[in-house]
Design a protein around this ligand. Structure first.
Ligand SMILES: C[S@@+](CC[C@H](N)C(=O)[O-])C[C@H]1O[C@@H](n2cnc3c(N)ncnc32)[C@H](O)[C@@H]1O
Length: 265
């Protein structure tokens, strides 16, 4: 693939490779591979820089399109259940979704709105414009019902580049986002979260678990992987066995998850 890359003009290389890979892979895997190829062009520093910039720009568009597809199909995505996950509902009831709160990869905003209902100053961000449009419509409907202002803010943003928000938060929640990232993007994601969560703030993160049998769906995450990802600059306070509730898929409505509470040092 890299040899083929060298035969192409740098500006075209990313798009061409993305198209080739897109025929065979899921969005996050494509992103991972293209990004890895771009970063490995050590022999051609100038070309590498151009391809890398192009890859970043293209990655954002490509990921946005692929994730957006999940929100424009007639049937809702498996995770888009139209209500908060019970794990986050319990956190809210316990008063833990508080302060300035960021819902990272918020989808259609159920957890952002849940946090807002419990008094948080809540912001949801997602790379999918359609998901954000739906979340904003839910917020507007609730504002109309209550006669008050919109309960939460929603923005299209890449959670791998949260410093771009120019904001900091007391609490971050992640329902089903950590596990979508490749090995390359995982440390970027953790660094991105670290850049917006204030010291002492807590990230509550629910991800697909290695306890889930079978191979369908997102990659499985082990507790060791979670501890390793947050080993520096964070304290992993707990990792508990949980369940994601999903729209019926493969004959099931619940899948195994981990719920981690991770404090920023
Ligand atoms: C499994 S869904 C979970 C959505 C939501 N948290 C929920 O519980 O319904 C993963 C979400 O991550 C979003 N996402 C994936 N990569 C992203 C990125 N780089 N930046 C922002 N959002 C991203 C997707 O658009 C999708 O909404």
């Amino acid at each position: 693939m890299v040899g083929h890359f060298h035969d192409l003009a740098c500006d075209d290389a990313f798009q061409h490779t993305a198209r080739l890979l897109a025929q065979f892979s899921y969005a996050y895997r494509v992103t991972h591979d293209v990004y890895t190829v771009a970063l490995n062009l050590d022999a051609l520093p100038q070309c590498r820089r151009q391809v890398s910039n192009s890859a970043e720009h293209g990655r954002m568009e490509f990921m946005s399109d692929s994730w957006d597809d999940s929100y424009t199909r007639p049937d809702p995505a498996p995770w888009d259940i139209g209500r908060p996950q019970p794990a986050f509902a319990r956190l809210a009831e316990a008063g833990l979704l508080r302060g300035r709160l960021l819902d990272s990869g918020c989808g259609t905003g159920e957890h952002t709105l849940l946090a807002a209902d419990h008094g948080a100053d809540a912001t949801g961000v997602d790379i999918s414009p359609s998901a954000i449009a739906t979340a904003r419509a839910k917020a507007a409907a609730r504002a109309e019902e209550s006669g008050g202002p919109a309960p939460a803010r929603f923005e299209v943003a890449d959670v791998l580049d949260l410093p771009g928000l120019l904001d900091t938060f007391d609490t971050v929640i992640d329902s089903g986002v950590f596990h979508v990232f490749s090995d390359v993007d995982r440390p970027r994601y953790v660094a991105s979260l670290a850049s917006v969560l204030r010291p002492g703030g807590t990230c509550y993160l629910a991800c697909f678990s290695d306890r889930q049998p079978g191979t369908w769906g997102p990659r499985r995450v082990t507790r060791q992987e979670l501890r390793a990802a947050f080993a520096v600059g964070w304290t992993v306070e707990s990792i508990a066995a949980e369940a994601f509730h999903v729209n019926p898929v493969q004959g099931t409505t619940q899948v195994q998850a981990w719920l981690a509470a991770i404090r920023r040092d």
